[in-house]
Design a protein around this ligand. Structure first.
Ligand code: SF4
Length: 281
């Protein structure tokens, strides 16, 4: 049994959320740069160039890429041969988030109660934590600060099992069309297919965390990803909704077995600021 302290978990979560909010991964940056080279609309191209400048400035000045520094979503794979010492697991994660957002001077965006008392918790806690117990003696932590301009545009539909591939594509494309400029395009689209009513959206968020340019290992789903991306870009919404070829930078699908009587499909939209950082301890 390998021991990992709650302090190590806290410090890792803190570092990941600060990093994620200040610098995108290389693949994400390159996707925006490439889009700016290929965009045919002049306005669209100038917006994409401005987004690239913004990314550079955030890195150089060590300021967040966007004022909405997101609700803290954490995916954690805990090895079954790990023993966490010196404190509670969930406390360690929430302390890491609290320190990241207060000491990192990032906006606290979480309220205590969704309806009756929308009082800010002032340190962006609690996080939304998804834990899996896996083989091994390590912990893999993925931090995903999720902005709500895009989160609010996401959707779930419980299809009949007889739904066609085309109907599923139409639902995703229609969701993006309805969102228009609200999720700050160019967007990234995570799609979860299968499981249950609650599991499909988790698959969709996990699909976002997979990162851009990561084609599905299953060729049928890889083709579906490509086709949906093409259909979304044909909408012409363009960068920040001003028109153009680049409405989405990427589409990722995660799927899971489902019940014979159903076919859940969840669409989780992210803006161009596709923040996610990962560490293994
Ligand atoms: S959708 Fe993204 S870019 Fe737009 S305000 Fe939210 S975090 Fe910022």
């Amino acid at each position: 049994m390998r021991e990992i302290s709650a302090e190590t978990i806290k410090n890792t979560v803190k570092m990941l959320f600060i990093d994620a909010n200040h610098e995108l991964g290389e693949d994400e940056k390159r996707a925006i740069e490439n889009a700016s080279k290929n965009e045919k609309s002049q306005v669209g191209q100038s917006i994409l160039n401005a987004l690239c400048e913004n990314l550079k400035a955030a890195k150089e000045l060590h300021i967040p890429i966007c004022q909405d520094t997101g609700m803290a979503v954490v995916f954690i794979d805990v090895g079954q041969d790990v023993h966490i010492t010196g404190g509670s697991y969930e406390d360690a994660i929430n302390k890491g988030v609290a320190e990241a957002y207060t000491e990192g001077f990032m906006r606290a965006s979480v309220v205590k109660d969704p309806i009756f008392c929308r009082e800010n918790t002032k340190n962006n806690t609690p996080a939304v934590i998804h834990t899996r117990i896996v083989d091994g003696d390590k912990i893999k932590i993925t931090a995903l600060p999720k902005g709500f301009g895009s989160e609010n545009m996401s959707a779930l539909k419980m299809f009949n099992p007889s739904a066609t591939r085309e109907e599923i594509i139409d639902f995703v494309v229609e969701t993006v069309k309805k969102a228009g400029s609200n999720p700050c395009p160019p967007i990234e689209v995570g799609i979860g297919i299968g499981g249950t009513f609650d599991y499909a959206p988790i698959l969709a968020k996990n699909a976002l965390a997979r990162g851009i340019n990561t084609e599905n290992a299953n060729p049928d789903y890889a083709r579906l990803e490509k086709e949906i991306l093409g259909r979304i870009n044909d909408l012409g919404i363009g960068p920040q909704g001003f028109g153009g070829d680049t409405t989405a930078l990427g589409v990722n699908i995660e799927y899971y077995p489902t019940h014979i009587a159903g076919l859940p499909v969840a669409v989780n939209i992210n803006c161009h600021v596709m923040r996610h950082k990962c560490a293994i301890i």
